[in-house]
Ligand binder design. Structure first.
Ligand code: SAH
Ligand code: SF4
Length: 361
């Protein structure tokens, strides 16, 4: 068993560990400051701690849950980081620079797209993360650690988090919420819950559970079909939680929260892009007072799906706009790695023979 990573240790847990070790409580603040704010690369660099405590920490904890193995992209574009985990698995995080088209009022902010699992069990037909099935949940240190690592690697502050990387965050809700506690603490990165968005393919019971959570975390729903007929062709979860049940859970969300929901809708040519779908989507979005994010499909190796022509994407958006719905559509190229999270990991694990080559669907 690898030693636990210190990025998974809360202030309270660290206080208990220090007490056990016979150390004064104020050391906890010092340690967390070294880890999260000064972002040191070794316990030895924690120079205001006694040497004995530094070596005790090094014996008991790893400093990081992730080792960085690759970066794609560059500082003025989207950067994708690939991390190796202690068991040889890989996850990726994507750092997205200012993007007014996608993030509206938060356009001057840097957003990190965070993974919550290795692989995904939900098997949406268009998605790279689901291609090789589910491997395991990430633990809180691995989820929170992505944010710290992205700040370390880029030298930039991350302002927004979207849990839209690999995996289904609501299927790993306990670890996710533990990571949120770590990330939002004033002793660590102190990110406001309002700057965190969880994206889900529609796990109804967990949406209801999250609606009762005291922190004002934002929610985005991967809808991708406005009717059961269309949605269940591409999202198997729709058989378990059909559109009507999903919308009932979103009504409940709205009754508990005052943050606008976001409905995400990938546009896939000939699959879910009929203009009638836009009209139905507009009715749902109006009733839910939600925004709609239209995302032209990003090609995935091994899958045949394609994005519709730009003009068709605009026509789809205009139906929403004309119905009074706030809808965004990103057509610019060069952001192709944004949404297609999971591909880098798939390639790496396939090359290393950890998983079999991706089957075509
Ligand atoms: N499991 C969660 C979060 C991870 S997926 C969910 O499904 O919401 C994050 C978003 O990326 C989802 O909206 C998903 O549908 C979308 N996505 C997956 N593959 C994509 C692709 N090839 N092109 C564009 N968006 C994609
Ligand atoms: Fe899983 Fe989300 Fe991909 Fe569906 S879209 S397979 S739920 S990661």
């Amino acid at each position: 068993m690898a030693a636990p990573a210190i990025t998974g240790i809360t202030h309270e847990a660290l206080a208990a560990w220090l007490k056990e070790a016979g150390e004064p409580a104020f050391r906890g603040d010092q340690i967390l400051e070294w880890v999260w704010k000064k972002k040191v690369q070794s316990f030895d660099a924690m120079t205001n701690l006694p040497a004995a405590l530094r070596s005790r920490l090094a014996d008991s904890f790893r400093l990081s849950a992730l080792s960085h193995t690759q970066t794609q992209g560059s500082a003025d574009t989207t950067r994708k980081f690939l991390f190796r985990l202690h068991d040889g698995r890989y996850v990726e995080s994507v750092l997205i620079p200012a993007n007014p088209a996608l993030y509206g009022e938060q356009s001057d902010r840097r957003t990190l797209c965070v993974s919550s699992q290795v692989g995904c069990a939900y098997g949406c037909k268009f998605c790279a993360s689901g291609l090789a099935g589910f491997t395991r949940n990430l633990d809180p240190s691995e989820i929170a650690g992505q944010v710290l690592a992205a700040e370390q690697l880029s030298g930039e502050r991350v302002d927004n988090l979207v849990f839209m990387g690999m995996g289904e965050p609501l299927a790993n809700l306990d670890h996710l919420l533990a990571a949120v506690t770590l990330i939002t603490s004033s002793k660590t990165l102190h990110l406001g819950a309002r700057h965190l968005t969880i994206s889900t393919s529609g796990l109804v019971p967990q949406i209801r559970q999250l609606a009762e959570h005291p922190q004002q975390i934002r929610l985005a729903i991967s809808l991708h079909g406005a009717t059961d007929e269309v949605r269940q062709q591409i999202m198997p979860i729709n058989r378990k939680w059909p559109v009507a049940e999903l919308f009932a859970a979103l009504d409940f969300w709205n009754s508990r929260k005052n943050q606008k929901l976001t409905l995400e809708y990938i546009l896939i040519a000939g699959v879910n892009d009929a203009l009638e779908q836009a009209a139905i989507l507009a009715r749902h979005a109006r009733r839910l007072h939600s925004k709609v994010n239209l995302i032209p499909y990003n090609t995935v190796d091994g899958l045949d799906w394609k994005r519709p022509p730009d003009a068709h994407c605009r026509a789809f958006r205009d139906i929403l706009k004309n119905a009074g719905v706030s809808a965004t559509l990103r057509l610019e190229k060069g952001h192709d790695i944004d949404a297609a999270c999971g591909q880098l990991r798939l390639k790496q694990e396939t090359e290393e023979g950890i998983i079999a080559p991706a089957p075509g669907r």
